[in-house]
Design a protein around this ligand. Structure first.
Ligand SMILES: Cc1cc2nc3c(=O)[nH]c(=O)nc-3n(C[C@H](O)[C@H](O)[C@H](O)COP(=O)(O)OP(=O)(O)OC[C@H]3O[C@@H](n4cnc5c(N)ncnc54)[C@H](O)[C@@H]3O)c2cc1C
Length: 458
């Protein structure tokens, strides 16, 4: 059971009371109904690659692993849909439909191992979500086992469903509203031409300016990713991607018809040069394209080559604030003496600063956590968000009041309680404890929800 005591955020650990690996949706229903009957908290788990402690079990709670619900149930090309069980690995969806000229667009860097169920719960993103949208855009309908064991159907495989958008609400709910057991996904026709290019700049400022200028020119690349010198060094050490050595590297992918992509390539190259790019490389084969992406997709793990420990931060800022925010992060890094590597989805302003530290040096872990927290505050001050795609989980629940007023949080909590009045489905996640500022200051009047004795679960 120790295998299940944490997810990708390894500094929070809790050995579960039991781990169950159901093989069917009805088995999931039975397990959840038993939990409900005996008041046992549970947490759904896909591949455990989450980076915010989402799949961390509650004390005395069980883990419901969906790993064995891993079948692709239906491929409906005529309607551009695929029906999957939640334990299907993200990359397997594209692998299954690629021979017919389709792909599944949301592509987290962990796509070779993470599951669709986990992607749905976190509303995961990836490099190609800039143009094609996050997971929520691609989930049409779902079967969900509610925390009392009943099964509901949300969304519609054929178009807009009347009534509340419960499917939209479930996506991103981090396992707190129930367990998805069957998911209908939208697949996308592969464009005629895909072109991947690299542009090397002397600074992340210049690279960030190029991204802003490209989008201001009305061009939405399929992907626009940025890496700084430190993350390039890590990726090179791990996978030898052949990147140019520079302080700001842009990976840009353009897709469409041949003529469109030719025109876009010229236009984007001109913008990059005007912003100071001194080298522009275009991938001329699938192998070159794959090498460019391999470096980027391996970058988080590659940082293990240059630092014994690191924190992966995830925050969002308006794209136009990129140069300023990156400078502020640099200043914090210099002031604390901790290195920060940056590798991120520049097109949608989704930063992933990696705070490097050595746990063996006393006090460094704490300083790294403080620095990572300060980066989130910078994001919020810049008009952004405390998470772009990794979720709140347990890691960021204390930051929720930095973004939301108390009525906002109370409304979210009411939604949670409507689905899960006993607070058994992934308790302790998303909502801060104690929740209210007044509660923190010891002068809190209990809210009716809390009087009902429910708040202690959240
Ligand atoms: C190297 C690396 C790179 C990453 N890159 C990205 C990236 O580019 N973009 C991105 O968005 N994320 C990224 N992540 C984070 C992570 O991979 C995603 O959050 C992913 O969606 C988690 O999927 P999983 O199957 O591992 O879910 P888990 O970690 O097992 O669970 C995540 C959450 O989903 C819930 N859950 C799982 N299955 C279900 C279900 N069937 N029903 C309801 N709730 C469920 C769990 O309770 C938990 O709260 C990365 C992680 C790593 C380690």
């Amino acid at each position: 059971m120790r295998t299940y005591d944490c997810d990708g955020l390894t500094n929070f650990r809790q050995v579960p009371a039991a781990v169950v690996l159901p093989e069917s949706a009805s088995a999931v229903q039975q397990i959840v109904a038993l939990c409900h009957q005996h008041r046992v908290p549970f947490v759904a788990r896909g591949s455990g690659t989450g980076l915010s402690g989402g799949a961390l079990p509650a004390e005395g709670g069980i883990v419901i692993s969906l790993a064995r619900l891993n079948r692709i149930l239906e491929v409906d090309l005529a309607n551009a849909r695929v029906v999957v069980e939640p334990g299907v690995i993200n990359a397997h969806v594209t692998a299954r439909v690629a021979p017919y000229g389709y792909f599944y667009a949301p592509d987290p860097s962990s796509q070779s191992v993470c599951t669709i169920g986990g992607n749905v719960a976190e509303n995961s993103g990836g490099a190609h979500c800039l143009k094609y949208g996050f997971t929520t855009t691609h989930v049409l309908a779902m079967d969900v086992v509610l925390p009392d064991g009943s099964l509901i159907h949300v969304g519609s495989a054929t178009g807009d469903a009347p009534g509340y958008d419960l499917c939209g609400m479930f996506v991103g709910s981090e396992g707190t509203l129930g367990i998805a057991t069957r998911i209908v996904l939208r697949i996308v026709r592969r464009p005629q031409t895909v072109r991947t290019m690299l542009a090397a700049f002397d600074s992340t400022d210049h690279a960030g300016q190029a991204v802003s200028d490209i989008i201001a020119a009305g061009i939405v690349p399929a992907a626009a990713e940025m890496m700084d010198r430190l993350s390039i060094a890590a990726a090179e050490a791990a996978v030898h991607a052949g990147y140019p050595q520079c302080d700001g590297l842009l990976l840009i992918e353009l897709d469409g018809t041949e003529e469109e992509v030719d025109w876009l390539t010229r236009h984007v190259s001109d913008i990059c040069r005007a912003c100071g790019a001194w080298e522009i490389r275009i991938a001329h084969s699938d192998a070159e394209r794959a090498a460019i992406w391999k470096g980027r997709k391996s970058a988080f793990a590659a940082v293990g080559r240059i630092s014994p420990n690191y924190i992966v931060q995830d925050g969002v800022i308006p794209r136009t604030a990129l140069p300023r925010v990156l400078r502020e992060i640099q200043q914090l890094s210099a002031a604390t003496g901790l290195r920060v590597a940056n590798v991120f989805h520049a097109g949608d302003g989704n930063l992933h600063p990696l705070v490097l530290y050595d746990r063996r040096i006393e006090g460094q872990e704490q300083r790294a956590e403080e620095l990572a927290g300060e980066i989130l505050r910078i994001c919020v001050r810049a008009g952004g968000s405390i998470t772009g795609e990794h979720g709140v989980g347990i890691e960021k629940r204390e930051f929720m009041p930095e973004m939301f007023a108390e009525p906002d949080l109370a409304t979210m909590q009411r939604v949670r309680i409507a689905f899960d009045p006993l607070g058994l489905s992934n308790p302790g996640k998303v909502f801060p404890r104690p929740r209210l500022c007044a509660e923190r200051q010891g002068k809190h009047e209990p809210h009716p929800i809390e009087v009902a004795g429910i708040a202690e679960y959240f």
